[in-house]
Design a binder for this molecule. Structure first.
Ligand SMILES: [Zn+2]
Length: 343
């Protein structure tokens, strides 16, 4: 089969579109013909390599997968050949206390499809556990299905499971043009919140408004703290949806409302954020973290997608062979929503 692999870590030039061995499903796995695969920053980090982390090479990335089952292992009981599925990206043991109470993303053995240990969907074929296969509703095409899992399950975990977003709350969405940001804008609106989108260009803010955002802050031209205070009548935001990190925290923590929650899933602009602890206790503020989300949340999300209450946001689609260009677009933040590759 054709696949995009890298044999060493490095820049985008290490990505090779080449022949790779066809994968064979284990008894509990499904072999998928990949119809579409969406890129994430995880793909960029894996390609560059993380300090202290070794992964088997050559590597096929891609954890947001939509495909068609072409073979099922002998122990598979639910998915049938020919069925369209999207892939829940988290792989867990299925037997520990966390897994059994439905918090599979807290499993000590938690892994991501196409992450450190298994190959992903930047290929014509991929094997995934049957338990990770979610049937795709007819109303969702393959590109849309691939654009959903990581962005929506992460945003749902952050806003619903962690921050308990409620109607009429003010939710500030940082990086509103990213995949996870576009999902957050929609989920916050679904729960009746007022959304303040933050992005670096007017074009991204206009698109965020089209998705349902009520207000926008241009982080390039406007002062973040000052604008939050202006837009919330000096009260501050009830929820800050964060994945940027770095210096922004100094402006965000003081601008949370009493009882406010800052929830984060990333730190693309820096791993260290300064926190003045006095704000935490004097205003009963919580800082929450989230890593991906649970399989059961993805099922709820797919239900909302089937009814049109949520929708995937795709910036553009490219042939799989142009995977390196997709990485460039993500690294340059030149996208609104997801980049989807078609094998
Ligand atoms: Zn487990």
């Amino acid at each position: 089969m054709k696949a995009v692999r890298f044999h060493e870590h490095g820049g985008r030039e290490v990505l090779r579109y080449e022949d790779a061995p066809d994968p064979t499903p284990r008894p509990t796995e499904v072999l998928l013909r990949v119809k579409a695969v969406a890129l994430n920053h995880l793909d960029v980090w894996l390609r560059k390599g993380l300090p202290g982390m070794t992964i088997p090479l050559p590597k096929i990335g891609g954890c947001d997968i939509a495909g068609e089952a072409v073979a099922v292992g002998p122990l598979c009981a639910r998915i049938t050949v020919g069925q369209r599925v999207l892939v829940s990206p988290g792989v867990s043991c299925g037997q520990c206390a966390a897994c059994l109470r439905g918090e599979d993303n807290l499993c000590r053995g938690f892994q991501i499809v196409g992450g450190y240990t298994s190959d992903g969907g930047c290929a014509e074929r991929v094997c995934v556990p049957e338990v990770n296969c979610v049937p795709v509703p007819d109303s969702l095409d393959d590109r849309g299905a691939a654009a959903v899992p990581v962005a929506f399950v992460t945003a749902w975990n952050m806003l619903v499971r962690q921050a308990h977003v409620a109607a009429d709350e003010d939710v500030l969405v940082m990086g509103a043009g990213s995949g996870v940001g576009t999902a957050a804008v929609q989920i916050a609106k679904l729960f009746g919140a007022r959304v303040i989108a933050v992005a670096g260009t007017e074009e991204k803010l206009a698109k965020a408004r089209a998705l349902g955002a009520d207000e926008g802050i241009n982080s390039t031209r406007q002062d973040l703290g000052q604008e939050i205070r202006r837009l919330t009548g000096k009260r501050g935001a009830d929820v800050v949806f964060e994945h940027v990190g770095g210096a922004a925290w100094q402006k965000l923590i003081p601008n949370l409302a009493p009882g406010g929650r800052l929830v984060t899933c990333g730190a693309s602009a820096g791993y260290e954020g300064r926190v003045d602890i006095r704000y935490l206790f004097s205003k009963s503020i919580s800082i929450l973290g989230a890593f991906l989300g649970t399989k059961s949340d993805l099922l709820k999300i797919v239900g909302h997608l089937a009814c049109g209450r949520l929708r995937p946001v795709i910036d553009r689609t490219l042939p799989l062979a142009e995977c390196a260009e997709g990485h460039r677009l993500l690294e340059d933040r030149a996208v609104f929503g997801k980049v989807v590759l078609l094998p």
